[in-house]
Design a protein around this ligand. Structure first.
Ligand code: 3PY
Length: 331
């Protein structure tokens, strides 16, 4: 521990949970820079502060979705051993560049699966029961009367299709298993051994799109999955289909989604992730009554954020003390 005390670890946020800071401070010198995200207010000043603090870091604990650029890596310097992103997704981490430089990369899968799955269920209910329109009625003080109020759709008896039966997809199926779902389908690169216990049936993407009443996107963003939901794939969905995205905004071609929702080619969508984030308040998607949007809060609970921080910090400890990473992307 004494030998590592002079190693500098940069945490790219001022509100990193204390549980995670405690782990780091036991071993290293910790420096915190303000959170910084492209496109956000104050991003330039925060980036300047980050660039001032980053030189000489042995590890970066990465909190934002700000991309890990060559510029940042050059500024950090050749002693940088690991980037530890406090997220399951690592599409912003420039894996080829880290690999080329021999820098390790870790993420925080699993610990956030249940929190994100809870938001997937929330989006399913919010979109199916038309929370956007209904909340708008409450805010306006003009509740629709009568038997045919704003009628939604049941989860009961429906077919739910999960795109990506990983940790989050599995946790979503588990949580929905009390909802009397008619059938669970899933698609992905290969059949998953866990699917049997979940009563989930493996199928092709096309078949899943054609059959599902609810389609849940729970895959990482890669070159293969970018815009996997586009005008062609939206065209394969049922008229009553409800699309839910808890992965990344770029899984969806938002222009095509806008058209599909506006023309009622599908019934509704629930999104926890968009492009860009934040979605500008005058974005045309926000004019759609059949869209229910949340500001990327999938993993945003006290317990989950603390668990993510502790895991991200322990990956740094392992990397800088010669032990294997707990959750490696690049070991
Ligand atoms: O873990 C991730 O990838 C997230 O998006 C966190 O909310």
């Amino acid at each position: 521990t004494n030998m590592t005390k002079n190693l500098k670890v940069l945490v790219s946020s001022n509100d990193y949970p204390s549980s995670g800071l405690d782990v780091l401070r036991e071993h290293f010198t910790v420096v915190q820079s303000p959170y910084c995200n492209f496109g956000e207010e104050g991003a330039n000043e925060n980036k300047a502060e980050l660039l001032k603090l980053i030189p000489g870091s042995s590890a970066l604990v990465w909190i934002s979705h700000h991309p890990i650029t060559k510029e940042l890596l050059d500024k950090a310097g050749p002693q940088l051993k690991i980037v530890s992103t406090a997220s399951a997704g690592y599409n912003h981490c420039n894996v080829p560049e880290l690999k080329a430089r021999g820098i390790k990369l870790s993420n925080t899968p699993n610990v956030l699966s249940s929190a994100v799955a809870e938001i997937a269920v929330g989006l399913i209910l919010g979109a199916a029961r038309r929370f956007t329109e209904n909340l708008d009625q409450v805010r306006r003080g003009e509740w629709e009367n009568g038997f045919n109020k704003v009628l939604g759709q049941d989860v009961r008896g429906s077919t739910v299709g999960i795109v990506g039966l990983g940790g989050i997809g599995q946790a979503t199926v588990k949580r929905l298993s009390g909802f009397e779902v008619g059938k669970f389908l899933y698609t992905g690169h290969r059949e998953k051994p866990e699917a049997k216990a979940l009563n989930a049936e493996f199928t092709s993407l096309d078949n899943l799109l054609e059959q599902s009443d609810f389609i849940v996107l729970a895959v990482p963003l890669t070159d293969e999955t970018r815009h996997m939901i586009n005008s062609t794939t939206l065209g394969k969905m049922k008229k009553n289909a409800i699309l839910v995205n808890v992965g990344r905004g770029d899984l969806v071609d938002q222009e095509a989604l806008y058209e599909a929702l506006k023309n009622k080619n599908i019934y509704a969508a629930g999104l926890d992730v968009t492009t860009p984030e934040p979605l500008p308040k005058d974005h045309k998607l926000l004019t759609l009554p059949n869209l229910f949007v949340l500001p990327h809060i999938g993993s945003a609970t006290l317990r989950t954020r603390s668990d993510m921080a502790v895991l991200a910090s322990n990956n740094v400890v392992n990397a800088l003390t010669g032990k294997p990473l707990i959750t490696p992307v690049l070991p």
